[in-house]
Design a binder for this molecule. Structure first.
Ligand code: ATP
Length: 345
């Protein structure tokens, strides 16, 4: 029977759907009426599944529609956020590309830290309490808040001053402050490295890289330093876009090693491991150490920076290849080899 590649219309769905079409699959997008414009205008979806609210995507009725289409869901960040992690793990009974059990390992900071650390990757030094602060740190808080209330500081006194300030503005609660995650502030250049692990070919591919365009921090840096202090603007780190980037070639051995190590460790810790796309968000410091401050255990939004291929994905077959098309290609290969169980969960 014909297979349909389906996902929620958001995040990285344009090239997931386009890539599936290029590989000959039928495609479906789950969307609300007021958000369907890009999928119509770019003509990437054969079928539209409408919901009143994105929170309805885990409804039994939607699942039934997807099963009738013989759908494979490609989960991305917004899909997981709207569906809810518990639902994705236990109640969403539609075949999904990748290992759905690994998604919790990116969502929970302790699990994420464990996987990165045990993989032998360099991560920012963690401070257990504000009293330990002995140099520049980045302070983060729980929950998806788009970096609102995150702040850099260098001393214990400064920590409390800023925490109290954000509390007085209603941005942080005492509970947030008690759960503050304090880590080494890494001064460096940003590389979000997009990998693809093929369990069928048993290889880890470097698909592309982006750097983030974040509001308002990337706007603040356009304000001259002498005015910054006067304007008294609080930084936020809300992602609003991405730039494609390449890394100096001599760092590539390290980049491949990092991807290989993560895949090996993920296979041990959360079988069957990392399947398909994943991303390491890194900062490269002046000693050219690549420090990983965040991981995506599924397709990352930064892959939108290479919908028509990246310098790296081009190197494999001399063709422009997006992450979406790479996923569809793996599904096609699994169909040919009769090995769908290796790539779905
Ligand atoms: P998301 O999960 O949407 O990527 P988040 O709210 O979890 O965002 P992070 O990605 O961890 O936040 O951090 C937001 C931004 O803060 C980063 O893109 C980077 O610019 C900066 N940042 C994070 N950690 C550090 C660090 N250790 N040192 C310096 N800058 C950092």
């Amino acid at each position: 029977d014909e297979i349909t590649i389906a996902t929620v219309g958001s995040h990285s769905s344009l090239h997931i759907l386009k890539g599936a079409k290029l590989e000959g699959f039928s495609t479906a997008v789950i969307t609300t009426k007021d958000r369907d414009v890009p999928y119509k205008r770019f003509n990437v979806a054969d079928k539209f599944i409408y919901v009143d609210n994105f929170s309805d995507i885990s409804n039994e009725e939607i699942q039934e529609k997807l099963r009738e289409m013989n759908a494979i869901i490609v989960p991305h960040g917004s899909f997981i956020a709207y569906c809810g992690l518990d639902n994705v793990e236990n109640d969403f009974k539609v075949p999904m590309f990748g290992n759905r059990k690994i998604l919790r390992w990116e969502a929970e900071r302790d699990l994420e830290g464990k996987l990165l650390k045990e993989s032998g990757l360099r991560i920012p030094k963690k401070y257990n309490s504000p009293d330990e602060i002995d140099g520049p740190v980045m302070v983060k808080f729980p929950g998806a808040r788009g970096g609102r209330g995150y702040f850099p500081c260098s001393t214990t006194e400064e920590f409390w001053k800023k925490a109290e300030y954000f509390k007085s503005k209603g941005i942080l609660t005492d509970e947030d402050i008690g759960n503050a995650h304090i880590e080494e502030y890494v001064v460096g250049t940003n590389y979000c490295i997009h990998y693809f692990h093929s369990p069928l070919k048993n290889q880890v591919e470097l698909m592309g890289m982006d750097r983030r365009y974040e509001s308002n921090i990337d706007g603040i840096v356009r304000v001259p330093a002498k005015d910054q202090t006067e304007l008294d603007i609080d930084p936020s780190y809300v992602i609003s876009g991405n730039f494609p980037v390449v890394i100096r070639e001599s760092l590539l051995p390290k980049v491949f090693e990092m991807g290989d190590k993560l895949v090996a460790k993920a296979g041990e810790l959360v079988s069957p491991g990392m399947i398909g796309p994943f991303c390491l968000q890194t900062l490269c410091n002046e000693n050219l150490e690549i420090v990983v401050f965040e991981m995506s255990a599924r397709i990352d939004g930064g892959t939108n920076s290479f919908m028509n291929g990246s310098p790296y994905s081009f190197l494999y077959h001399g063709e422009p290849l997006s992450m979406g098309q790479r996923i569809a290609r793996e599904i096609k290969l699994a169909l040919e080899l009769n090995m769908m169980d290796k790539i779905l969960s």
